[in-house]
Design a protein around this ligand. Structure first.
Ligand SMILES: C[S@@+](CC[C@H](N)C(=O)[O-])C[C@H]1O[C@@H](n2cnc3c(N)ncnc32)[C@H](O)[C@@H]1O
Ligand SMILES: O=c1cc(-c2ccc(O)cc2)oc2c(O)c(O)ccc12
Length: 235
């Protein structure tokens, strides 16, 4: 179900055919039915392109399970594709703090989260994530307590999120940032990028340079989905 949902996009690959090949060979056959259903329900929504692409999602799921993540934080939930894949990847007693200003979008995905039997792992906070991170930081018990963070919200806020998350994620923990190649616009001349995308492209480019210079983390720029940068906290 919903396997054509991403057929109009080629992601960052050379061709649509190659992207379809990856999806149909390696991703869709292994995607949970709950994720397929949530993805299909999201298609009717006006910002369905916000949803984490299934190939990027599959990678995050592998990462979460490889590192035995138990306590995670997600900034930018939308209808919950990345949230549901995280909840499915965590153990039964895993916990996710999920933050978004848009509760209506979350309610579109919630029935699928419930059907998958993983709602108990999720603490959804309907608020501005910058404020929530400030509140979490005020309690020292939260310092170094998260195994994993996924950031997929306001791209202009990524630098700010990074400083706050560096306190909350444990040494050896992972912070994953989505859209760090932003449709490939980061490598395009500004004049060739549509006006609407320019401010986000600029913010993403500044963030990429900033993160590359941060010696407190190890990084890898993964060209999956819309580009995901994986950061491991070193100290
Ligand atoms: C790209 S979508 C997230 C997609 C989601 N990860 C998924 O897989 O479907 C970005 C979300 O960030 C939320 N957002 C933007 N700025 C925010 C902020 N300052 N605090 C909390 N949520 C924010 C938006 O409401 C939107 O739902
Ligand atoms: O085109 C977008 C825009 C955003 C975006 C920009 C600013 C915000 O405050 C929130 C979201 O996010 C996107 C995204 O995550 C994606 O996967 C594709 C496109 C966009």
């Amino acid at each position: 179900m919903g396997d054509k949902a991403h057929s109009i996009k080629q992601g960052l690959l050379q061709s649509n055919e190659l992207y379809q090949y990856v999806l149909e060979t390696s991703v869709y056959p292994r995607e949970s039915e709950h994720l397929k259903e949530l993805r299909a329900a999201t298609q009717a929504h006006q910002w369905s392109f916000y949803s984490t692409p299934p190939d990027g999602g599959q990678f995050l799921s592998l990462l979460l399970q490889t590192m035995n993540a138990k306590k995670t934080i997600e900034i930018g939930v939308y209808t919950g594709y990345s949230l549901l894949l995280t909840a499915l990847a965590l153990p039964h007693d895993g916990k996710i703090t999920a933050i978004d200003v848009d509760e209506e979008a979350y309610n579109i995905g919630l029935p699928f989260i419930k059907k998958a039997g993983v709602e108990h792992k999720i603490n959804f906070i309907n608020s501005d994530a910058h404020k929530v991170l400030d509140q979490l930081r005020q309690d020292e018990n939260n310092h170094g307590s998260f195994d994993f963070a996924f950031v997929d919200a306001d791209k202009e806020g990524y630098k700010n999120y990074h400083e706050k998350l560096m306190k909350l994620v444990k040494i050896g923990g992972i912070i994953a940032y989505d859209n760090t190649l932003f449709y490939g616009t980061v490598a395009m001349e500004e004049e060739k990028v549509g006006l609407k995308r320019r401010p986000i492209r600029k913010a993403v480019m500044e963030f990429n340079a900033f993160i590359a210079a941060d010696q407190r983390i190890q990084i890898s720029q993964v060209p999956l989905g819309d580009g995901v940068t994986i950061c491991r906290r070193l100290n």
